[in-house]
Design a protein around this ligand. Structure first.
Ligand SMILES: Cc1cc2nc3c(=O)[nH]c(=O)nc-3n(C[C@H](O)[C@H](O)[C@H](O)COP(=O)(O)OP(=O)(O)OC[C@H]3O[C@@H](n4cnc5c(N)ncnc54)[C@H](O)[C@@H]3O)c2cc1C
Length: 285
């Protein structure tokens, strides 16, 4: 029996190294910092909790000096002081120098100004080298914030994600070994958001572009997936993430209409139309 238990997650204090626009509604922010030497992750859909400064602050305010009491201390801070906490995905981890990439959807920022912007989206749109953030990330490579876990006997991987899940899906598809059969759908706002995915797997990838269909949310995803024939498989594994109403509808489709064992379906609501992340968390959805 080991006498110590590895602490899987910890705070990392990082700064922006550079940013790169990947498309009209996606920006890649690269972070660096000495503390990344202790960052470990097996990637895939590795999620992170990011803490961002309020407008006018030079760094996010989180009372990490309180140790285990940081959460209560953070919640007790005034609304306009407390750092904004949002969930994001590790897109890439590199060494020499230690860097991580996070890809942000710019909702509510041109050219999608009709959609309400959120503080994280706004922050990412204006991020510049030297900007400071905190994140809670893994110090153990295989950790519970990785949810993509196909059972060993899986004979087909089925994946759907919207723009917020493009980073996770890209990392998942890149990691699929040769010989794996995969059927992948990605739904983005603009043609320019489509990215090249590299994989050794036998993967068929379909990009659905909302601006070209005039469709709002789930009908487009559901229609496309419903119409599609899936390759024959006895033990498929399904991973779905994105807008939570859409994710639920797709899960019902895979379990209810296609008869896939619900234990072989991983589904995660990444955001919900009309709710901020705080409101989504409070709703318990
Ligand atoms: C595990 C996990 C991993 C995630 N990974 C990523 C990631 O890698 N990249 C990424 O961009 N997002 C990711 N998300 C989603 C992201 O956390 C949410 O989109 C979040 O709401 C953005 O915060 P905000 O401050 O910009 O908007 P909020 O203040 O939370 O919301 C403001 C308004 O914008 C709406 N909104 C939120 N997101 C979107 C959107 N994408 N499109 C249109 N309207 C939106 C809300 O419904 C609300 O009305 C992830 C979420 C989870 C749970």
């Amino acid at each position: 029996m080991p006498t110590t238990v590895a602490v899987a997650f910890r705070f990392f204090s990082l700064q922006v190294v550079r940013t790169r626009r990947l498309g009209p509604s996606l920006v890649r922010v690269t972070f660096g910092g000495e503390e990344l030497a202790d960052f470990r992750s097996d990637g895939l859909d590795q999620s992170l909790s990011l803490f961002l400064p309020q407008p006018g602050q030079r760094q996010p305010v989180v009372p990490i000096e309180l140790g285990d009491g940081w959460w209560q201390g953070w919640r007790d801070l005034p609304d306009d002081v407390r750092a904004v906490m949002r969930s994001y995905t590790l897109r890439a981890l590199r060494r020499n120098p230690d860097e991580i990439d996070i890809d942000f959807v710019l909702h509510g920022v041109e050219p999608d100004a009709a959609v309400p912007a959120g503080p994280a989206s706004r922050w990412a749109a204006h991020a510049a080298a030297g900007d400071r953030v905190l994140l809670i990330g893994p110090s153990v490579a295989d950790n519970r914030a990785i949810r993509f876990r196909p059972p060993a006997d899986t004979d087909l991987v089925v994946v759907w994600g919207d723009g917020t899940a493009v980073p996770a899906v890209s990392a998942i598809v890149e990691a699929l070994p040769a010989g794996t059969r995969a059927r992948v759908w990605l739904e983005v706002e603009h043609r320019g958001d489509v990215q090249e995915l590299t994989t050794a797997a036998d993967a068929e990838v379909t990009w659905l572009v909302r601006a070209e269909h005039g469709a709002e949310g789930s009908p487009m995803a559901l229609d496309a997936v419903r119409r599609a024939g899936l390759p024959d498989a006895e033990r498929p594994y399904v991973w779905i993430a994105g807008e939570s109403g859409c994710v639920k509808a797709l899960r019902r489709h895979f379990v209810g209409e296609r008869g896939i064992d619900r234990r072989r379906v991983t589904f995660v609501g990444y955001w919900r139309q009309g709710l901020t992340e705080e409101e989504l968390r409070e709703s318990g959805d």
